[in-house]
Each structure stands twice: as structure tokens, then as C-alpha cells.
Ligand binder design. Sequence first.
Ligand code: URA
Length: 220
Amino acid sequence: MEVLTNKLTVLKHPLIDHNLAIIRDKNSSSETFKNALKRITYALIFEATKNIKTKTKEIETPVAKTNCEVFDDDYQVVIAPILRAGMIFCEVAQEMLPFSNVHHIGMYRDEETLEPVWYYDKRKKIKQDKSKVQVIILDPMLATGNSGIDAIKNFISKDILEENIVFMCLISSPEGIKRIQRFFPKVQIVTAAIDKELNSKGYIVPGLGDAGDRIYNTPD
Ligand code: URA
């Protein structure tokens, strides 16, 4: 794992590299793509949740009593997949965080302006004490940063603290990272790769193409 700043982590591991190669390969089937993406998701979630709060609980093993650290249920963890590609992260995130709530965010990218268009914002009631809510926004591709910035703004407008928001992605562009950092310097970004650039259509180069199309097998 490479921590570039205290708010930006890029996962570094041979298994991440191997699975990223599978994902990037245009000849990988949708099933192969999804399986490789899920394998990387486990590692991303570990990193994205490294600051969730725990409390001490006494547990009795078959041998002795001992103190263990368990999730502190005074806190609420919200996982927020941006539809539709973010859903692939969500399955693994829910498996690993069974105590979390899912807040679906429906947004698509206007192909001309590259601006996000909202169509869905489904959330569970958020705790009264907003300082105890931790949000992990899930989107495989951090490209222009427009959707990510809108999603972050949405949570901040609901009084979630910027420092309690994590943006988790698979591949990011330097532009997307810079924009999130400029607008929201306290948001933690976790990614598996930072690619070279964006092309004129807002796609990450070399990237993997359209994540949603590759996951759901809906090529043009
Ligand atoms: N969304 C994608 O699915 N791919 C990109 O390269 C950029 C945005």
C-alpha cells in the first residue's frame, strides 16, 4: 500500500496488479471482469474502513475471558454506491460491513457536458448526531470528479463531516483526484491505481473502458 498523502492511498500489491491487468484487458468477459474486481474490492474496503470506530467488549472464548475490539454501534456506517457501476463494490462492502446502511445514489453522466444528472437518492434515516456518521462513497471510476464531488456535496449538505467521508474507487485520473482534493481536502480517497489522463470524452486512459458496460455486459 502506498500512502501518497494522509488523505490519498493507492493500493500496491502484486495481487492488485494481477487483477487490474485482467480488468483492463478488453478481451476479459463480463464474468471474469466482475470476479477480478470483487477480489480487489476486499482490499479497497479494508483500507477505506481503517478509521471506523470500535469499542472494547468482553468475549468468552472456550478457554478464557478476553477483551476484543468490535464495531462501536454508537456510530453509523453508510455505504453509498453511485449507480450503476458502484453496485459491484456494494455487494462486497455489505458482506464485509453487515452493520452498515446502504444509501443508493443514482447519477449518470451527460455525455456532452460530462456533468452528473441525478435520478435517485435513496437513504436510510441518518443518526441525529451527524458527527458519528461515517460515509463511504463507492464508484469504480474517478474520472472528471464531477459525480464524486456532487455525491460528497450531497452528504455535506446533510451535515455529515467532510473528514468522515471516504471516496473509494478502482481507477482514478490525476484530474479527478486533484479536483476532489481542491474542493474537499479532508475527504479520504482510496484507489487501486492512478492512470495517465482523461481523453476528450472524459474516459480514463488507459483505464478499462465503461465500467458499467463491462460489469453488466451492455456494450454499445
Ligand atoms: N466512467 C467509466 O466507466 N470509465 C471511464 O473511463 C470514465 C468514467
